[in-house]
Design a protein around this ligand. Sequence first.
Ligand SMILES: Cc1cc2nc3c(=O)[nH]c(=O)nc-3n(C[C@H](O)[C@H](O)[C@H](O)COP(=O)(O)O)c2cc1C
Length: 191
Amino acid sequence: MSTYETILQRRTIRKFKQAAIPDQILEKFVNAARVSPSAGNLQPLEYVVVRNVELLEAVFKHLKWAAYTAPEGTPKENEKPAAYIIILANNSIGSTNVPYDLGAAAMSILLTAWEDGMGGCWIRACDKKGLKKLLGVSEAFDVDSVIALGYRDEAPVMEENDTDVKYYKDKKGVLHVPKKSTRTVTHWDQF
Ligand SMILES: Cc1cc2nc3c(=O)[nH]c(=O)nc-3n(C[C@H](O)[C@H](O)[C@H](O)COP(=O)(O)O)c2cc1C
């Protein structure tokens, strides 16, 4: 699969098969994040990888899923993620570009997971203070994002829509994700 194909096919996944992800694969995901672009190459991001069964359940309780389809979009007992990568920002480094570094790192994880037959959900609606305490994160770091990961157990579809941004589930439970058209978002030479 080309990078472009992976980018087009990747969708947010919120239903996962109940199979563990090997540690070396999780390490590969962190590695993809580690080498992502970083403003000034300051590299303020670090990662907590969670795959311990009790901790998985504890982290899950701190997350909010799929606001547009709530409560339907929250993974059920047999659909929960197999692992989390929690992205931390080191404040003592003083980067003014953490959100940009973070976007690049998160996307690297999501694309690498997709290419390897897995999927993920980038979650920012979470109890960051609670997660910081739960995971024993040192004072200098902020919890910013959680990437929920696992083997895909749903196949969301993308559809073009210039007027509605809300994703929805159809009668068969398939998630539909609207995206604005190329025509709408592209300005050739002049706006
Ligand atoms: C910065 C950011 C934060 C997000 N936070 C959440 C979240 O808290 N919970 C959730 O279920 N999805 C979250 N998402 C996933 C979006 O809902 C999803 O990317 C969007 O619906 C488009 O779907 P797609 O990823 O399949 O293209 C987040 C995505 C981004 C980029």
